[in-house]
Design a protein around this ligand. Structure first.
Ligand SMILES: Cc1ncc(COP(=O)(O)O)c(C=O)c1O
Length: 481
């Protein structure tokens, strides 16, 4: 699906120029300035009329004229798109941004992810969002930590390449509670673990490296590895976790990415036995492992097994941590733990990219992690999430009990809802969106089966119930055809 343009028209109602004419000028200007590109979609006419409180005929007249000029094209059922900017580039010195924006190595997001990113802030029921909802955000704790950070300021300069020493010291202590013995020289502070994945890709991966993941994996929803033409290789998952023995012994570069604790999107937990067996295998065949622990703190029943890194005696594991899921993704702070040579190389690349994650965020996080009531803040969050999980499971049983199956996650945010094979996911996604519900199709994670990923972390229990009620009605409509 084509990306939708940013539409921020400001009608001047007192002007002598008719509104339809103003609208034409606005659209032409956006195209001429390279803000809108050929092929991009305009919002539906009905939506424009509502948003700008103008008559449908005003919008219709403007679009018809733009169409007559060859600036946009309208196809039945497919809306209106930008058709041409060649006439305008003849008139001005605008570079041909159309060509430039596709020239770089970094791939565009999947169209469905682009739609989710665009619509997330305007859709009332967000079952797609992998973040804490506003009512779960530990506002007081973060405010206190930020006030302290403001008081502690002596400068606001760049930090060492590995990141704030105080933060790395706090992380050494936190990691100990997870059985990971490490030093401040083995930790690199990143702008979220997403940046750690980018650094690994940019600095460590040869083009064509094979990356093993679960068949449905968070990593597949990103396009970060595409820039080095990595080859995806899905691994089966059984009740104990990844079936790693399907990885062939090969002289070619290959590595494994896994979220062993409360996986995104599957919600699964790798057993202790599987963890130790996997590490023995990795050591024997010198297989690097990226261990992503984003949801590790969010257990809802019992504390999960120790991470792979806790058993990593040979330095096979690059361990990724973040506070995005248990505290605040907006801090944009994550960390990577690995062998010093690797950490130093990634730090050097990071210095070239951004000269370090936000100094203020890092100091705020030091204050949060070392606050005496930090363990209680986390515990309260787990209690709240547990309630949400129970409410979400009850809502699923009430609305989709006869149609779908799902997991009971022992932690994290996600329900993986398997739908009948007959359900067309793209149609369901669009129809739900039209009714104000965002839900992630499993296909964005590369899932080979017909599933939805629903999060109970953002929507309130009442919103979750309304959302799955709408989904259930749409699924029934599809199945009755
Ligand atoms: C498994 C996993 N890793 C990493 C991230 C991104 O984390 P960050 O905000 O630290 O970049 C997410 C976010 O959804 C995730 O689910």
């Amino acid at each position: 699906m084509a990306q939708t343009v940013q539409f921020r028209w400001q009608p001047q109602r007192e002007s002598a120029t008719p509104l339809y004419q103003q609208l034409i000028t606005y659209c032409v200007t956006q195209i001429r300035q390279g803000n809108w590109l050929v092929g991009q979609q305009l919002p539906p006419q009905r939506e424009l009329a509502q948003t700008y409180r103008v008559n449908r005929s005003t919008i219709h007249t403007a679009i018809a004229e733009l169409q007559a000029l060859g600036v946009v094209m309208t196809a039945h059922g497919r809306g209106t798109r930008v058709a041409s900017n060649s006439w305008s580039t003849l008139l001005s010195a605008t570079p041909d941004w159309q060509r430039w924006v596709h020239a770089g190595e970094f791939s565009a997001n999947q169209p469905t992810i682009q739609t989710i990113n665009q619509r997330e802030f305007t859709t009332p029921i967000r079952l797609s969002t992998g973040e804490l909802g506003p009512d779960l955000f530990p506002r007081r704790a973060v405010q206190t930590a930020m006030h302290q950070a403001a008081d502690q300021l002596t400068t606001l300069n760049y930090l060492p390449a590995l990141g704030s020493l105080a933060l790395r010291e706090a992380l050494v202590q936190r990691l100990k509670t997870w059985g990971v013995q490490t030093t401040v020289d083995n930790i690199l502070i990143t702008s979220g673990s997403l940046q750690a994945l980018q650094l690994i890709t940019a600095a460590l991966l040869k083009p064509g490296t094979t990356v093993y993941t679960a068949a449905a994996s968070y990593l597949r929803s990103l396009r970060v590895l595409e820039s080095v033409q990595a080859k995806w290789a899905p691994l089966p998952v059984d009740e104990q976790g990844l079936a790693y023995w399907h990885i062939p012994v090969s002289p070619q570069p290959q590595l494994l990415y896994t979220v062993p604790t409360f996986d995104n999107p599957l919600g699964t937990v790798m057993t202790v036995q599987r963890r130790t067996d996997l590490l023995t295998f990795a050591q024997k065949y010198q297989l690097p492992i990226i261990e992503d622990t984003a949801y590790q703190e969010l257990w809802l029943d019992q504390r999960p097994p120790l991470p792979l890194k806790a058993h990593d005696t040979q330095g096979n594991v690059l361990y990724l941590g973040t506070v995005s899921k248990d505290l605040a993704p907006g801090l944009r702070v994550g960390w990577l733990v690995g062998p010093q040579a690797v950490v130093a190389r990634l730090a050097d690349v990071k210095m070239q990219m951004d000269y370090g994650a936000s100094t203020l965020s890092q100091q705020t996080l030091v204050n949060l992690l070392t606050a005496p009531d930090y363990p209680r803040t986390l515990q309260r969050l787990r209690d709240q999430l547990r309630e949400r999980r129970e409410a979400a499971l009850a809502s699923l049983t009430a609305t989709l009990g006869d149609l779908a199956t799902w997991n009971r996650p022992a932690g994290g945010f996600y329900l993986w809802v398997q739908l009948p094979a007959k359900v067309e996911l793209p149609r369901l996604f669009q129809a739900a969106l039209a009714q104000g519900v965002l839900a992630n199709p499993g296909t964005v994670y590369g899932a080979p089966t017909n599933a939805l990923r629903l999060s109970y972390a953002y929507a309130t229990p009442a919103e979750f119930r309304r959302g799955v009620t709408i989904l259930a009605t749409l699924i029934r409509q599809q199945l009755s055809r």
